[in-house]
Design a protein around this ligand. Sequence first.
Ligand code: FMN
Length: 184
Amino acid sequence: MNTFNSITTRRSIGIVKDEPVPKEMIEKILTAGASAPSHYRTEPWRFFVLTGDSRLRLGEVLAEIASSNPNSLSNPGRAKKMPLRAPVIIAVAAVHSDRKNVLIKEEYAAVCCAVQNMLLTAHDLGLGAIWRTGAAAYHPKVKDFFKLPQSSEMVAFLYIGYPENEAKDVKKNSYETYTVWMET
Ligand SMILES: Cc1cc2nc3c(=O)[nH]c(=O)nc-3n(C[C@H](O)[C@H](O)[C@H](O)COP(=O)(O)O)c2cc1C
């Protein structure tokens, strides 16, 4: 698939089969992530590949977060099962470089580029993928789970698997809605 075609046909796919995804495919997705640009070449992305029971361990953390927050949108039982919605989850975090001149927002931006590369590669491989977050994703306990410093940021949970059905057609506005041409 050429790049433009890949970009314009990618859609989030949240419902996937409970079938293992070959490691080579996951490695290709990770390679795409690690190919993103980063200012000062800090490479601030960190990837955690969760398959099998490690998803249950993440579910336990999400359940703990839900039970400690009465305003949570999710109850602990539901939260616990969330990571089982796909056979592979790649959690993506930004660990900021402490090098001089590095801006934290640019570190985050670089990791978002990595995430988009990964979504596009999953799409090229015929896989379904969706970027999931939610308030719990940013809870300090999630960083602890991944042994990340509290100064880091969780950016995405990519849920990946073979698509169960076609992606929903999402209507997007034309670039014209958002573009000003400035010629003078
Ligand atoms: C930062 C970010 C967080 C997102 N979090 C969620 C989420 O928690 N749950 C979800 O269903 N989709 C989530 N999405 C996916 C969007 O819902 C999806 O991209 C949007 O509906 C547009 O559809 P498309 O990806 O098919 O173009 C997230 C997307 C981004 C960029």
